[in-house]
Write a protein that binds this ligand. Structure first.
Ligand code: PLP
Length: 455
């Protein structure tokens, strides 16, 4: 029978998949291949080290039956360790920062782990920092194992023994460039050590977020002040034991905007649904491949799945809130969807048969100064408080009149896919714009709704 003893048996041996459409668009001649670590059973590259660090502890007698696994993690190492814990009957506690996506937190809980969340703002070395917190919990918990993925040799060793040889085997030794991120450094250090042993001419490129220290640290030996960035799981504010920057030939800094854009493009144009760090790395790979010829074979790591980030960079709402969405991608539909912090909005409107007094009541209750008049789903006019009040000053009897008899002309209507620029232009002439979807008016955008959009 072709079967596995447990889920840990399907870790690794991930395929290399060629990038086609994006490379063509960029005029890149080199072959670029994605190493699909997102296909591991815990959907990330870190499954490899969960099992290797725990195997090591078991073989040395550090971890005994019924023990507790404790680690500081951006989520994926926790998931890798939780798979082992589930299979082998350990308890686990993972300490993470509040930057970690809600998807990864829930995933860990679903695998039976306990999680502790610390503020991402806590400085390294302070007792509230997530690494210090994990260490303290480990000290206080009997029969526990705290691997410390930042320094544990079984982390790079897992990649030296598996990731590197797989890439060498699957490219038949033709790889010329290897691109990875640097979180703990395990992936890049271990894989690069193996590949450079096989062929010292292979170029190793690290892709690192702006704000992380690695580029300056490699190039000058100095540790600069780190600044925050949004991509999860990569970069550091201090050097870490498993990140051997000497083995990396070049480090390229990538912005959050480019990382997320590239991650989104990999999904849309190649069907590779991945996390933000894969976007950072792919952006680095494109840059490295720019002037290479067709004999170059560039392999980059797809560290984890996009499913971990459905509420983050794979959400237009989140991207808009972080001012990371390109202005042309901000559509009428998205503005309406996001104007109430994501809560669905019911379009407030009146019918032409309503009396003016009840229309004013509706406007007052909703706190709006203008309202569309809608009949059978179509816009037939509008009421604007200032103009109605002006008319009422002259003739109070109008309070009982039909809205249809006193209304002004309707607000301009645009399709849900209309871009923000066009909407802003319309709002210079009209106080509101109506949104139409499949022939029905579904929403309204007023001037205040576009104030926070990028120019
Ligand atoms: C999403 C993601 N990408 C990349 C990495 C970096 O891998 P490494 O720690 O091997 O440098 C991590 C590490 O946790 C991660 O979670």
């Amino acid at each position: 029978m072709k079967v596995y003893d447990d889920v840990l048996g399907i870790i690794g041996n991930t395929p290399l998949v060629r990038i086609n459409n994006i490379t063509r668009q960029h005029g890149i001649k080199a072959q670029i291949y994605a190493k699909m670590e997102s296909l591991n059973p815990g959907y990330s590259v870190k499954d490899r080290i969960g099992v290797s660090m725990i195997d090591d502890a078991e073989s040395k007698g550090i971890l005994r039956k019924g023990g507790t696994l404790i680690e500081a993690t951006s989520g994926n190492t926790g998931i890798g360790m939780a798979l082992v814990a589930a299979v082998r009957g350990y308890r686990c506690i993972f300490v993470m920062t509040d930057k970690v996506s809600v998807e990864k937190r829930r995933y860990l809980k679903a695998l039976g782990a306990d999680i502790v969340i610390c503020s991402a703002a806590a400085k390294y070395g302070s007792p509230d920092h997530y690494v210090a917190t994990a260490k303290r919990i480990a000290e206080e918990t009997p029969n526990s194992f705290y691997p410390d993925q930042y320094n544990h040799p079984a982390n790079p060793l897992a990649h030296y023994r598996t990731t590197g040889p797989e890439i060498w085997r699957d490219t038949e030794g033709k790889i010329t460039h290897f691109v990875a991120s640097i979180g703990t450094g395990g992936t890049i250090t271990g894989t690069a050590r193996y590949l450079k042993e096989m062929n010292p001419n292979i170029k190793v490129i690290g892709a690192d977020p702006y704000g992380s220290i690695f580029k300056t640290y490699k190039e000058t030996g100095q540790v600069p002040e780190a600044t925050p960035y949004l991509v999860e799981g990569i970069g550091q504010n201090i050097p870490v034991g498993n990140a051997d920057v000497r083995i990396i030939d070049e480090i390229i800094n990538i912005t959050d905007r480019e990382s997320f854009e590239m991650s989104r493009q990999l999904g849309r144009q190649e069907g590779i649904f991945c996390g933000g760090s894969a976007g950072t790395i792919f952006a680095g790979a494109l840059r490295a491949a720019k002037d290479l010829d067709e004999n170059a074979v560039v392999v980059f790591i797809v560290c984890d799945t996009g499913e971990h980030y459905l509420t983050k960079h794979h959400s237009d709402e989140w991207m808009k809130e972080k001012l990371l969405l390109e202005p042309q991608k901000i559509t009428a539909g998205l503005i309406v969807e996001t104007k109430n912090s994501g809560a669905p909005e019911e379009l407030i409107s009146v019918s032409p048969e309503e009396t003016v007094v009840s229309a004013l009541d509706i406007m007052g209750a909703a706190g709006v100064t203008q309202i569309p008049v809608i009949e059978n789903g179509a816009s037939v006019g509008s009421l604007r408080e200032s103009q109605i009040l002006q008319k009422l000053v002259q003739n109070r009897d109008l309070l009982e009149a039909r809205v249809g008899d006193v209304m002004d002309k309707g607000f301009p209507t645009v399709d849900v896919d209309t871009g923000a620029g066009e909407i802003k232009r319309k709002l210079q002439k009209s106080p509101a714009v109506l949104i139409e979807s499949f022939g029905r008016i579904t929403g309204i955008i007023t001037r205040s709704d576009v104030l926070d959009l990028p120019r």
